[in-house]
Design a binder for this molecule. Structure first.
Ligand code: CDP
Length: 211
């Protein structure tokens, strides 16, 4: 059973994907972390995000990087959005993601192109979204939870730029797969979003929903 969860930054897709993995007892891969690891490796090597050769070299990152807190920073996310436009980079990371999806028993993957490119035959696909203002508000709360000050206006601006880049690129742009269920979390709590996601997946799996 493969569950694909796609959507823009701070839409709630990561939280939903983790909850679905727990609910169905499946392993979970946050594919954004792979692009973030490439971005951080490139940055530390002093590489140029517009140079495909520099970015390709950074795809051979050390897996220990996946546990680094700096991976979660918004600057790393923004750089990940830049490095991920290159076709060669996406190809270099594809095998790892497809192998994860194909493991016996199945998996939950979240990202931008899971339902469209990585696992087009997924059993259930969710496209999770929320308004830019709600997503910026969530980023503020995340920052405050980490003891830092959030900047709402800056986050709205960053989200709009990142969405435009992710949706506008030629290679595997962010878009809702025709057979994906739309889940707008703008007016939902985390708990409500997760319950709705489970109901949508259950419906796709033709199982009775547990709620
Ligand atoms: O957590 P957040 O939604 O902010 O970002 P992320 O999922 O960690 O992804 C960071 C960036 O990596 C995105 O803006 C995309 O440009 C890129 N990405 C991608 O191209 N394809 C994926 N499957 C996952 C991430």
């Amino acid at each position: 059973m493969i569950i694909a969860v796609d959507g823009p930054a701070a839409s709630g897709k990561g939280t939903i994907a983790r909850a679905l993995a727990r609910h169905y007892g499946l392993p979970h891969l946050d594919t954004g972390l792979l692009y973030r690891a490439v971005a951080l490796t490139l940055k530390r090597a002093g590489g140029d995000p517009d140079s495909e050769a520099d970015v390709l070299a950074a795809t051979r990152f050390d897996d220990s990087l996946l546990a680094e807190p700096e991976l979660r920073d918004e600057t790393t996310g923004a750089l990940a959005s830049k490095v991920s436009v290159h076709a060669g980079v996406r190809a270099a990371l594809m095998e790892r993601q497809r192998a994860f999806a194909a493991q016996p028993g199945g998996a939950v993957l979240d990202g931008r192109d899971i339902g469209t490119v990585i696992a087009p035959n997924a059993d259930a696909k969710l496209y999770v979204t929320a308004s830019p203002e709600v997503r910026a508000q969530r980023r503020c709360k995340e920052m405050e939870a980490r003891g830092l000050k959030g900047d709402f206006d800056r986050y709205v601006a960053e989200i709009v730029v990142r969405d435009a880049r992710d949706m506008g690129r030629d290679n595997a742009p962010l878009l809702q797969a025709p057979d994906a269920d739309l889940l707008d979390t703008s007016d939902l709590t985390i708990e409500q979003s997760v319950q709705r996601a489970i109901a949508l997946v259950d419906a796709r799996l033709k199982r009775p929903s547990s709620h």
